[in-house]
Design a protein around this ligand. Structure first.
Ligand code: FAD
Ligand code: NAI
Length: 477
């Protein structure tokens, strides 16, 4: 083999975990390659993985467009802006979304060139070798054989199917089909009231679909702080999402142009519902198919994830794994942090990921964002805590925006005042949560936030006020 195909680091997968790991490895001076098989409709590579192609980016593009549509239909009138003849141009909305995807794909190509990462378009398969020299075959648009001293597996995840209801992406949709529906369904079913179900349900409800959400668990958004989840449930119901909790899904019949779902409701009653389209969003499974794990003796752990230690080392020396294919939250920024940390560990540095300060965001309207512990977790762990909340209804900027639903909630240690969790439901919660993440990373107290000068009028004043509320000292509520 020519030396051109010998690398210090080969990354399999070009999603947020993989492409960021490749860039960081190259920055650290390693000769680096990244292999990714994602291909767009024109047969070209489409770097960025699930996140860029069928996840974070297109969903946020459609959430934004559909929110504009809804505001033009209702909220603008309150501002004194009358919109006549409002019409949905769905092909344009989808075209814009595709353009946003493409510009992100192209951005990564540019970053690879800038950082001298070699890109191979195709499927990467481990094909044996030993420590210091692993072989990876590339097949697909590109056929090649590479060797690597270090391999980073970042092959991501796929949507989980319901038994007996395979995705056809026409009637029964995964996230991929949910992002490309070409006419607004009159009746949209969603199985799973998790992050995808609520985000995609919101998009299509805003565009005119009657959305029914069927959730297996009796509690709404069980991982979210109960007070915030209760508020969210109330607001989403008011918006028109028809949410049924505690259901048991039975037979699903896909007739090609509609689908019938039989289920048992929370009271034990037999129900049948017919939908034009059905989004199944019941979680995702790690993607290790055809990766050649056995050729190097790479072990899987629980539920098919690649088994890794806290530092993303697999059982095979020199082979690492990051992102959705390993344990932990399936989030793009978690994958990226792991990618950076692994590249730095390969370089002998002390790469670090703080799993306690990974923020979560659900991009509904209002947005829901949190970091750290929920109140129910603190109770279960027997931790003595103080809580402070502040409603956006008492925030001047929120009133000016016309977006007053929701609150900021602080949870702090009763003895030391260290911030243990921050939970936000409200406008741009996704941005507001960063202050809390920084504070927790620096192990700040709620008093620290309460004493920091926040610009007026700004939504972030609600964060300061919630911190003040921990010691019952809110000034504006
Ligand atoms: P992926 O992004 O899945 O990338 C893996 C890549 O590896 C893919 O390109 C795949 O084609 C490639 N690959 C797999 N096997 C091989 C192989 N053998 N050879 C070559 N290439 C291979 N997270 C957030 O943080 N914020 C959000 O707003 C958000 N929104 C989401 C919305 C939706 C609808 C979905 C589905 C997910 C969303 N996520 C979000 C989750 C986020 O997309 C994932 O956590 C993230 O993409 C994981 O990154 P990854 O690099 O581990 O894997
Ligand atoms: P999820 O784990 O968020 O939610 C799945 C829901 O389906 C749960 O409420 C679960 O109880 C329910 N469920 C499971 N099996 C069921 C069944 N048989 N019948 C009825 N309900 C059932 O998974 P989702 O929404 O598929 O998203 C996958 C992952 O993608 C998320 O966990 C998240 O990590 C990531 N994601 C992140 C986003 C963000 O950060 N904003 C946006 C979208 C996805």
């Amino acid at each position: 083999m020519s030396t051109e195909k010998q690398f210090d680091v080969v990354v399999i997968g070009g999603g947020p975990g993989g492409y960021i790991a490749a860039i960081r490895a190259a920055q650290l001076g390693f000769k680096t390659a990244c292999i990714d098989e994602w291909t767009n409709a024109k047969g070209a590579p489409a770097l960025g993985g699930t996140c860029t192609n069928v996840g974070c980016i297109p969903s946020k593009a459609l959430l934004q467009s559909s929110e504009h549509f809804e505001h033009a239909g209702h909220a603008f009138a309150e501002h004194g802006i009358d919109v006549q003849g409002l019409q949905l141009n769905l092909p344009q909305m989808l075209k814009r979304k595709d353009g946003v995807i493409k510009s992100n794909n192209d951005g990564i190509v540019y970053l690879f060139k800038k950082n001298k990462v070699s890109f191979f378009h195709g499927r990467g398969t481990l094909a044996g070798g030993t420590e210091g020299a692993y072989t990876i075959n590339v097949s697909g648009p590109t056929t090649d054989t590479l060797t690597a001293k270090n391999v980073i597996v970042a092959t991501g995840s796929n949507a989980r199917e319901l038994p007996g209801a395979p995705f056809d992406e026409k009637v029964i949709l995964s996230n991929t089909g949910a992002l490309t529906i070409d006419n607004v369904p009159a009746r949209l079913g969603v199985i799973g009231a998790g992050v995808i179900g609520l985000e995609m349900g919101s998009v299509w409800r805003r565009l005119g679909a009657q959305v029914t959400v069927l959730e297996g668990l009796p509690a709404f958004l069980g991982a979210v702080d109960e007070q915030i989840a209760k508020e969210a449930h109330k607001l989403f119901k008011k918006q028109g999402l028809d949410i049924h909790l505690g259901v048991k899904i039975g037979a699903i019949s896909n007739r090609g142009n509609d689908v019938t779902v039989e289920y048992t409701d929370a009271a034990g009653g037999a129900q049948t519902a017919t939908f034009d389209r059905l989004i199944v969003s019941i979680g995702r499974v790690p993607n290790t198919t055809g990766l050649g794990l056995e050729s190097v003796g790479l072990q899987l752990g629980e539920r098919g994830f690649i088994a890794v230690d806290d530092e993303c080392r697999t059982n095979v020396p020199g082979i690492w794994a990051v992102g959705d294919v390993v344990r932990g939250p399936m989030l793009a920024h978690k994958a990226e942090e792991e990618g950076v940390a692994v590249a730095e560990r390969i370089a002998g540095q002390h790469g670090h990921v703080n799993f306690n300060t990974i923020p979560w965001v659900i991009y509904t309207s209002p947005e829901i964002a949190w970091v750290g512990k929920t109140e129910q977790q603190l109770k279960a762990e027997g931790v003595a805590y103080k809580a402070g909340t502040f409603p956006f209804a008492a925030n001047g900027r929120a009133r000016a925006l016309g977006d007053i639903s929701g609150m900021v909630k602080f949870l702090a240690d009763a003895a030391t005042d260290e911030i243990l969790g921050v939970h936000i439901i409200g406008p741009v919660a996704s941005e507001l949560i960063s202050e809390a993440v920084v504070a927790m990373e620096f192990r700040a107290s709620s008093e620290d936030i309460a004493r920091i000068c926040h610009a007026h009028p700004s939504l972030s004043e609600a964060t300061k006020e919630a911190a003040l509320a921990v010691d019952k000292r809110s000034l504006n509520f």
